[in-house]
Design a protein around this ligand. Structure first.
Ligand SMILES: Cc1cc2nc3c(=O)[nH]c(=O)nc-3n(C[C@H](O)[C@H](O)[C@H](O)COP(=O)(O)OP(=O)(O)OC[C@H]3O[C@@H](n4cnc5c(N)ncnc54)[C@H](O)[C@@H]3O)c2cc1C
Length: 388
């Protein structure tokens, strides 16, 4: 455990913005170490002081004013493996890096999380928004989590029904937000069964580069290659990954509205094709990829507002182009949400969590202070094809 005073937080986040923590406690491992860290915070700042928990900081926007007290839980390992005939039950420390766990599982021939390769963050944060990609979600393999209750200090276990997982959602974002520190996660990983590959990006990758779509290592390699091409793997050397991944959650819209929106971006008939595959012919409300919503509202890859822009490689990623403030990130996000609402009547929710104090958005001040440089390039074809 490492304790420091007045520590800058920007370096603890992938977006690279945010002020300092009055008190920063860094801890690795499992329940006993986390309890000790929480106790250290309590002794120094008292039980009432707001405490913020971070993992790898890949889904947060920390305010420029910083935060009073932060515990960063990073580091850990696979703690236990129970071998079965068709599956293995694994218990993993909350601070372990998620992608290290995927690499570990794939190397042992254990499937169920291989399409989640390359997602930044810790294992402990993964249940919070039920991480998902390429048609696979954490909830499909999740058995239970163990957590320390920040209020009572008790160790609690939650199974999947108790987490009430949804799309980018769980109880850990609702009534249990800021209540639990997840110290371990247990998953059932399959030896043989493979989830279907339904995404065009992945199919195209296999068609062009070969590989066995049922082989776990080939699946992982294909996902990593596709994600890297979009800067969706966190890499300090890649400026387009300096963000939080997708910044907005895909909204659910009435089927007819969704079809009209997609047709407007991709041509007549595209909406019917997309939703026949993606949502089933019967669904009345369908999830519209947020990337298409942004394109329909007139945004484009590479749009910039000073130090914050939309990645040229992934229109849904808000990136820090260098020297951005958290307030500028928040203002650009609000500007996008406001424009989408007024042009399309669609409400877009931000995916990352905003931590600390932000000034309310003032559209007139924003327009006066910030120049908009349109993306140089029209949307590249792979971005239009990001969905089927
Ligand atoms: C380039 C890039 C690509 C991404 N791609 C995807 C993607 O494909 N799919 C996807 O779902 N997400 C994606 N994300 C978002 C992010 O990777 C996930 O949300 C990840 O789970 C966040 O983990 P973290 O450790 O960084 O959490 P943080 O950002 O540190 O924290 C996020 C939230 O979880 C809470 N939290 C953190 N650790 C714990 C814990 N141990 N116990 C309880 N609460 C905790 C925090 O308090 C905070 O509210 C991407 C992000 C980036 C930067």
């Amino acid at each position: 455990m490492r304790i420091s005073d007045t520590s800058p937080l920007a370096g603890h986040t992938t977006l690279g913005v945010g002020g300092a923590a009055g008190l920063l406690v860094e801890v690795a491992g499992a329940t006993p170490a986390v309890r000790e860290a929480l106790e250290a915070v309590r002794e120094r700042v008292g039980p009432q002081q707001a405490l913020t928990l971070l993992g790898e900081g890949s889904n947060v926007v920390v305010s420029d004013a910083g935060l009073p007290a932060v515990v960063v839980l990073r580091g850990g390992d696979v703690a236990a493996v129970e071998e079965g005939d068709d599956a293995a039950r694994v218990r993993v420390d909350g601070g372990m890096s998620w992608d290290d766990l995927v690499a570990w599982a794939v190397a042992r021939g254990l499937g169920g999380i291989e399409l989640l390769s390359g997602i930044p963050g810790t294992v402990g944060a993964a249940p919070v928004q039920n991480i998902a990609a390429y048609g696979q979600a954490l909830s499909e393999t999740f058995v239970a989590l163990e957590a320390v209750d920040r209020v009572t200090g008790e160790v609690r276990t939650l199974d999947a029904p108790a987490c009430d997982f949804g799309y980018r959602d769980s109880r850990l974002k609702r009534d249990l937000a800021d209540r639990l520190v997840i110290t371990s996660v247990t998953l059932d990983l399959a030896r043989t069964a493979r989830s279907p590959l339904g995404y065009r990006d992945l199919e195209r990758r296999f068609a062009e580069h070969g590989g066995d779509p049922d082989d776990l290592a080939d699946r992982r390699a294909a996902v990593l290659a596709v994600r890297r091409a979009k800067s969706m793997v966190w890499d300090p050397e890649d400026p387009w990954s300096r963000g939080c991944g997708s910044f907005f959650v895909s909204p659910y819209l009435p089927r007819e509205d969704a079809i009209a929106l997609v047709d407007g971006v991709r041509g007549e008939g595209a909406g019917e094709r997309l939703f026949a595959w993606y949502a089933g012919a019967e669904a009345e409300q369908v999830k519209v990829p947020a990337a298409l919503v942004l394109l329909a509202a007139g945004f484009a890859n590479g749009d910039r507002w000073g130090s914050v822009g939309l990645s040229p490689r992934h229109v849904l990623a808000l990136v820090n182009l260098g020297g951005a403030t958290a307030q500028r990130v928040a203002d650009v996000a609000s500007h996008i949400q406001g424009t989408v609402a007024s042009r399309l009547g669609v409400t877009l929710q931000a995916e990352p969590r905003f931590l600390g104090d932000f000034a309310a958005f003032d559209p007139e001040r924003f327009a006066a202070e910030v120049d908009h440089e349109p993306g140089a390039d029209a949307t590249p074809s792979w971005a239009r094809d990001a969905v089927r």
